[in-house]
Design a binder for this molecule. Structure first.
Ligand code: PLP
Length: 461
């Protein structure tokens, strides 16, 4: 251990904290930016500066920061019963009640809930449940997965393996390689970068043909499930062509492949609905994975919500239901579940889904106006989940040289102006707390305009 005598947070971070998704030497050379408190849609940096949080923490702070009643609910539960496990026949009130609330809110016959600790573990649990189901049905060979290029599903070994963002795989092993890969990818359905010459409808047809072809090649008898985010988040806020999800679900149904909707970002109001699978895309999947907004990030929680059919199939298996040997110490953590219950109560009381639906047209118009810049190739998204993609050439959609780090520079310029946005090589992503009002939405877009103008000016010199 290096000998660090300074007890400042900055030095502790630099010396000892390995950050997610970071370059190894970065922390050592540059150190980190600290945030100290939050209120509503704002966070305050250690520099004392206020930032409008255009990334909602990390697509998760849906009800906004600094809610006393959330803190009270968490504190009350921590005092009453800080922890008990839910293994076997153990339970606690918050876990049972939140499971019931989620079953009530989730679409169709998705009436059963398995709790975990976040999005990645919710995704892992979805696959383990699918495997368990098909084993119970006497079809153990149904085990493979179809996922999508540019999908993001987390950072556990499975979550990373079904994530189709190839740069995330660099220097790691995944389950998508080798002679008998568990994971297969089909194309990302992002409309903006669809193949030349195809309109949206023809693109959707081509994607469906590709999915059918992939199933034929792998063999439906070998496939357990298809994983899809309603709108791809980390991969670039990629919006699929109209009808995509419905048609993909129909194909899955025809081949008895379970459809797993990864709503880790899109549930709990981000697209203006508690769940977007049915309310926005008219599908009732077999399994929905959630995390993030279920507690608005106040404490960690994930859940895998699944259908009566899966539950029934396992319970009524000819070989008996068996012991579902899967679970986490913190499955159904009472404090996390109490936070989830309070979060849902607040969302409903304040009609935050309705608020998102009402503010979206104004917000969208304000961000769409950024197309005034030659370097803005696309503005896209749904609800409070948007992206601005920068291009070197609008007509050909040619990307900037990644070495120019245009996304990062716009992020930095916005940050200097009091706005946080997330970035990738050539895009910035916007997913603010759902309490954002029209005035704040205008300010966000205006500030992003200033930031883009500054970077565009640098790029032309
Ligand atoms: N799935 C999706 C769609 C996500 O966006 C994320 C995280 O961003 C995850 C899964 C993984 O969630 P977590 O980081 O909580 O493990």
């Amino acid at each position: 251990m290096p000998d660090h005598h300074s007890n400042s947070e900055f030095e502790n971070d630099r010396a000892h904290l390995l950050h997610p998704f970071t370059e190894f030497p970065r922390a050592l050379t540059q150190g980190s930016r600290f945030f100290e408190r939050g209120e509503g849609a704002y966070v305050y940096g250690a520099d004392g500066k206020r930032y409008l949080d255009g990334m909602g923490g990390l697509w998760c702070v849906n009800i906004g920061y600094g809610r006393k009643e959330m803190a009270d609910a968490i504190a009350e539960q921590a005092l009453r019963l800080s922890y008990y496990n839910t293994f076997g026949d153990m339970s606690s009130g918050p876990a049972a009640d939140l499971a019931a609330r989620l079953a009530d809110l989730a679409p169709g016959d998705l009436n059963h809930v398995f709790f975990s600790t976040g999005g990645s573990t919710a995704v892992d649990s979805a696959l383990r449940l699918a495997h368990y189901f098909f084993q119970a049905e006497g079809r153990p060979e149904k085990r493979k997965i179809i996922a999508r290029e540019m999908g993001y599903h987390g950072s556990t070994f499975l979550g990373a393996s079904i994530t189709g963002i190839r740069r995330n795989h660099a220097r790691f092993h995944t389950l998508a390689t080798g002679p008998d890969p568990l994971v297969h990818y089909v194309s990302n359905p992002g409309v903006y970068r669809r193949p030349e010459g195809l309109d949206e409808a023809a693109f959707c047809d081509a994607l469906m043909e590709e999915l059918e072809a992939a199933i034929a090649t792998i063999g439906a008898d070998n496939i357990a499930c298809f994983f899809a985010e309603p709108v791809m988040g980390a991969g670039g806020v990629l919006v699929a062509p109209s009808g995509y999800h419905r048609r993909a679900l129909d194909i899955c149904r025809r081949h008895d492949i379970l459809y797993v909707s990864d709503e880790v970002i899109t549930a709990f109001g981000r697209l203006g609905h508690m769940f977007s699978s049915e309310d926005k895309y008219a599908i009732v999947p077999d399994i929905i994975a959630i995390a993030k907004g279920v507690t608005s990030g106040y404490v960690p929680l994930g859940a895998t919500i699944f259908s009566d059919r899966i539950h029934h199939g396992i319970s009524q298996a000819k070989t008996g239901p068996g012991n579902f040997s899967h679970g986490f110490t913190y499955s159904g953590h009472p404090v996390a579940c109490a936070a989830g219950l309070k979060n849902i109560e607040i969302m409903e009381r304040e009609d935050l889904c309705g608020h998102v639906r009402r503010v979206t047209p104004h917000f969208r118009r304000a961000v769409e106006a950024l197309r005034e810049f030659e370097i803005v190739g696309d503005v896209r998204g749904e609800g409070f989940m948007m992206a601005v993609e920068f291009v070197a050439d609008r007509a050909t959609k040619k990307s900037f040289d990644p070495a120019l780090t245009v996304g990062r520079r716009v992020h930095q310029a916005a940050y200097e102006r009091g706005l946080t946005v997330r970035y990738s090589a050539d895009s910035v992503f916007i997913s603010p707390p759902l309490v954002l009002d029209e005035g704040q939405a205008t300010w966000l877009a205006d500030t992003l305009r200033d930031a883009i103008a500054a970077v565009a000016a640098e790029l032309t010199v």
